[in-house]
Ligand binder design. Structure first.
Ligand SMILES: [Fe+2]
Ligand SMILES: [Fe+2]
Length: 452
């Protein structure tokens, strides 16, 4: 067996290289995350090395060049492949300029190890289906082969295996999230069995979180986010099984608990940021906190409204998870239809997400009366299609509460993004301008006492 040494401090690249080099070349792969470790490894005559890969720069040092020198000084006639374009290594050294050009990386090893293209003939390529990375967090091992999508230098999207079925996924999966990766891919044929498996794991996890009085807010929020994404994978095309319902109920309960317990918006925002929560989820939680405040302070608000709100919060944007998992960088819902990165099909989902979610929720057992119409009206149109431009009185009062809460949340995010200080009176003024009708103004006014 051949042996490959990788010198790189980027955990995501290390995991990508390791899996793909193993699959395509059959080599054994070792990694060193610093030059010091690499030198120690190279100087140890017991370590057999056939090819070395080195990132060109680690912490402002030309690691590749220094590693190259060490190989020569130790009498190792081993080819070194530099990853990245900034190294001063001599011309005879091979370079793969784009660290995400996994094909290029593998081809370099193949040519150095004498492996032919035929040997490497790519394993059958399945249709890939995107899964939010959080769906892996309740698992110990990958239930099926899992891929990472990379745009390579020829502009094409390619899928590279990062976990084999039944392989342990920790701590690698966390490294991917830390690197800003929000979506992984599974073979399309596995999507339902994968989601079903995660559902079972999450129910157990939520039971522990709910029963343990020491569970922290951040932990609860994290599991609920995993829950929403897992339910979303099944509720529209899959069946509404009793497990999906159980998971949804537990998530809603936990979400309500967090909203009741958290003292102010600042704390909530902090927890969501620490969890690296997606916009879609964060905005629902914050809108939930704001809406609860409104219901506590408006004369007609009561427990039956809060019970409905719980369902509305959990389900109203669930259709959009399919859009956000492909475009995690996007934010405000009403801007999505103007975004050039969305496909026509995705734009259709955006336009009809309220109507579709309202239809789906009708199949949910023991759903409080009227939840479907509130979900349908949550962008101000009575048929659930598109986004209202003028907000009228033809929708239910609770839908108005959600609309004001989401608008408040959006304004707060925009203010923070602009690096400005959030001032409630300023936001309320903006809301009154956007929603001038008396019934809406009354709702906006209750926010004067909201705790930031
Ligand atoms: Fe929303
Ligand atoms: Fe929405």
């Amino acid at each position: 067996m051949s042996n490959i040494l990788i010198i790189s401090d980027n955990e995501v690249l290390n995991s990508l290289y390791t899996v793909n080099l193993k699959i395509y070349t059959g080599a054994s792969v070792s990694t060193c995350t610093s030059l010091e470790d690499a030198i120690e490894y190279i100087e140890n005559p017991d370590n057999k090395i056939d090819v070395v890969y080195s990132l060109c720069m680690i912490e402002n040092e030309d690691t590749a060049l220094l590693a190259y020198h060490h190989l020569i000084e130790n009498g190792r006639e081993v080819p070194i492949i530099v990853i990245g374009n900034q190294s001063e290594a001599p011309d005879e050294v091979s370079v793969v300029g784009n660290p995400y050009d996994i094909r290029g990386i593998v081809q370099q090893a193949a040519s150095n190890l004498g492996i032919t293209a035929k040997d490497m003939a790519e394993a059958e390529t399945p249709d890939y289906y995107p899964m939010p990375i959080r769906m892996y967090f309740s698992l110990e091992t990958a239930p099926c082969d899992t891929y990472y999508r990379v745009r390579e230098k020829d502009g094409k999207l390619r899928y590279h295996k990062i976990f084999l079925a039944n392989e342990g996924i920790w701590p690698k999966v966390k490294d991917y999230l830390d690197e800003g990766v929000s979506t992984l891919y599974v073979p399309a044929a596995m999507r339902f069995s994968f989601a079903k498996f995660v559902t079972g794991q999450l129910i157990d996890k939520l039971n522990n979180v709910i029963e343990d009085p020491k569970s922290k807010t951040g932990e609860k929020l994290d599991v609920v986010e995993q829950g929403i994404e897992t339910v979303a994978e099944q509720i529209f095309e899959g069946e509404m099984t009793k497990e999906v319902i159980e998971l949804s109920n537990k998530c809603m309960e936990t979400m309500e608990e967090v909203i009741d317990d958290v003292p102010d918006l600042k704390k909530l925002l902090k927890e969501l940021t620490a969890n690296k929560s997606g916009f879609l989820y964060s905005h629902s939680i914050i809108a939930g906190f704001v809406a609860t405040h409104i219901l506590d302070n408006i004369e007609w608000g009561g427990d039956s409204h809060k019970e409905k709100l719980k369902f509305v919060l959990f389900f109203h944007d669930m259709y959009l998870t399919s859009v956000y998992k492909n475009h995690p960088e996007l934010m405000y819902e009403d801007k999505l239809i103007f975004d050039g990165n969305l496909t026509e099909e995705e734009k259709e989902i955006v336009v009809s997400h309220a109507a579709e979610a309202a239809e789906a929720i009708k199949r949910y057992p023991k759903c409080p009366l009227g939840v479907d119409s509130i979900i349908r009206q949550h962008h101000g149109t009575s048929n659930g299609l598109g986004f209202a431009t003028t907000y009228k009185d033809d929708i239910s009062p609770l839908a108005k509460v959600l609309i004001i809460s989401e608008a408040f949340t959006e304004e707060m995010y925009k203010t923070l993004q602009n690096g400005q200080k959030v001032e409630i009176p300023v936001i309320i003024e903006g809301l009154t301008e956007k929603f001038p009708k008396h019934t809406y103004v009354k709702i906006s006014k209750t926010l004067e006492t909201l705790k930031l």
